[in-house]
Design a protein around this ligand. Structure first.
Ligand SMILES: C[S@@+](CC[C@H](N)C(=O)[O-])C[C@H]1O[C@@H](n2cnc3c(N)ncnc32)[C@H](O)[C@@H]1O
Length: 232
């Protein structure tokens, strides 16, 4: 991700409470769609200010919560959630293979082009334990009257490309092209899709991306997830 974009999110972190008011319902619905259980390892990818991590903590205080975000400022505010938060990219996750039971990522994949989306999904598949759950929330093309609103929004994204980074995408088609995951549930709300996917119980780890973070943790910034815990 270009540094300019990271700075954009650093600046946005101050006003993120405003965005939270708008998209809280999506996150609640997405968390309702999974049952988080004690000792399960949950990672929010692109965790921003940690609002999902806080909600996850309220729902299941015994879950082990982690967050990762490219923006230093976002990661700093997410640390107030008491989750273990790292600075890092979803394209090179600073985590061990098969180390989480649940991955959550809201409005992150829809920032990228399709090649990067696939890269991020390969990384997600690498760090998710076999049989684990991936929850994605992304802008969609909407249905009925909402398609018109989305068309207007697309126009705005062309006018303000440095401000409106999230684009409508078809999350289910993206998952269908990504080996190892299958769609379990899709909830469409207005112009957003919440998609719950499962990783196959015995998916071989796909180390297609050379990642400096794939080795065991050496630095304080690297998440140290225990791979021995129960897997979903
Ligand atoms: C639109 S916000 C969504 C934040 C949060 N998931 C939510 O739903 O409120 C996108 C977030 O992804 C983070 N981000 C952008 N590119 C990223 C990357 N390559 N890896 C990890 N996080 C990234 C940004 O810093 C920002 O916090």
């Amino acid at each position: 991700m270009p540094t300019a974009r990271r700075h954009f999110y650093d600046k946005l972190s101050r006003y993120y409470w405003l965005i939270r008011l708008l998209d809280d319902r999506y996150k609640k619905t997405a968390l309702d769609a999974i049952k988080l259980r004690p000792k399960e390892r949950f990672l929010d990818i692109g965790c921003a200010d940690g609002s999902v991590l806080r909600q996850a903590k309220e729902r299941c205080s015994g879950a082990v919560l982690y967050g990762v975000d490219i923006s230093t400022m976002m990661a700093a505010s997410a640390k107030a959630s008491k989750a273990k938060v790292s600075i890092g990219s979803c394209l090179y996750l600073p985590c061990k293979n098969n180390s989480f039971n649940i991955l959550f990522s809201g409005f992150v994949l829809d920032i990228f082009d399709e090649k990067e989306q696939q890269k991020a999904l390969i990384e997600m598949s690498r760090v998710l334990a076999p049989g684990g759950t991936l929850v994605l929330i992304n802008n969609s093309h909407g249905k009925g009257i909402f398609t018109l609103i989305v068309r207007f929004y697309i126009l705005l994204t062309h006018l303000f490309p440095n401000l409106l980074l999230n684009k409508p995408i078809d999350t289910c088609s993206l998952i269908e092209k990504s080996p190892g995951f299958r769609v379990n549930k899709k909830i469409s709300l207005w112009f957003t899709d919440i998609v719950v996917c499962k990783k196959a119980p015995k998916t071989p780890v796909q180390n297609k991306i050379p990642s400096k973070h794939q080795k065991p943790a050496q630095t304080p910034k690297t998440l140290k997830a225990d791979t021995k815990k129960q897997h979903r």
